[in-house]
Design a protein around this ligand. Sequence first.
Ligand code: ARG
Length: 252
Amino acid sequence: MRKLFAALAVGLAMVGCGASDVADEATMQEVLIMGTNAAFPPFEYYEGSEIVGFDVDLAQLIADELGMELRVEDMEFKTLIGAVSNGMVDMVVAGMTVLDDRLAFVNFSDGYFESKQMVIVRADAVDIESVDDLEGKRIGVQINTTGDQFARAYLDDVDIIQFNKAALAVADLKNGTVEAVIVDEQPAINFVAGQDDLRLLETPFVEEEYAIAINKENIELLEAVNGALASIKANGQYDEIYSKYFAETDVE
Ligand code: ARG
């Protein structure tokens, strides 16, 4: 996995080379840079000034397996694919769904989580019982997400409002600016938890799978990440972080 001797890597880091060649001078470990969009609980979110969540724990376990030091970079969701394809980050771990149009730009690791889209509406929206009732409504989505795509593909005559963060769409749902929000299952459960004024609709949308996006040319990292994922699933560490974040909300 290690492409360079540490001393060489430090030298290259100083002249500003690709993300995966950076080494931390204190530890002399190669640095693994993860790009994410930390507004997607419980996968990635802020706890004070720290980015935490299932994806961060998973990436940390992968970095440990590879003997690398993890660094997390928060950016807008719509910039993540570009950041990994131009080498600014080594990998994207962001609850990112494997999609054909993304596979044109990046490779994806083996899958690590199953999800689907859900619809959040206000509890008092008595006219919205199912997805069919969304016709003619204003729908909030996070820009460039599968929720954004699904709203366009499945719903007729809707007004789609794109937000940089799903949490902002939910805030606008609460204040009445939009009438529904389409977002991934676990974040949806998370946004609605403890909010009496919101409720979830079941949707007919298909299952999707989260995986780690990696630069198309970095086959070495792709294989290393897949190897690490397999070990983490086999040795019980995956189950540990799963129950840390999903014990109470698991709807399987
Ligand atoms: N799974 C969806 C997608 O890939 C949404 C992911 C949003 N992730 C985030 N960290 N904001 O499009």
